[in-house]
Design a protein around this ligand. Sequence first.
Ligand SMILES: [Zn+2]
Length: 192
Amino acid sequence: MLNQETLVKIDVGRYWMGFDTTSTKTLKLDSSYRPLEIVDSIEALVLCLIGKAYAIENYKEEIRSVSESFKLPAVIVLTRYVKFHFHTMTANRANVIWRDQNTCQYCSKEEESRVLTIDHVIPRSKGGKNTWKNLVTACKKCNQKKGNKTPKEANMKLLREPKRPKSNILRAISNKQISDLWKNYLWEYNEN
Ligand SMILES: [Zn+2]
């Protein structure tokens, strides 16, 4: 059983690591499996070793010393409940485009943020609000075509139902750092 004292002795420099430790990241969940943040895998391993978290997914990579080896955690769950002020993400232009991955939600065309527009699914004139469920990314052409109509009236179909994203924590890291092992904990969208 490792405790804090043992940990002090774990000097990462003495371990052999066949990979870049700074680019290996771990998804940190709270005790109810809500994504909290992305941390360095070494930091995540330390949290596991001192008993503050446990790993639910591991990478194949290990750090090794002569006598010990540890698998690097890919997803960890904090053992204690953390009163976490869940950062609410507002449904503004930049965030809606991010959620929709720069893709027009009517014709699937992918474009740069600056040329994309935000469409109110139910037009403002018909009582449509500025919410995650009512805002989608649209290319200029589709936005013009849809005009002041509902999708049904305009005979246009949405690629998917717009929802509030579960988390915005991935915005801080690059796509290549996102592990497949995270997808079960991250890629769903919550109703809201
Ligand atoms: Zn379009």
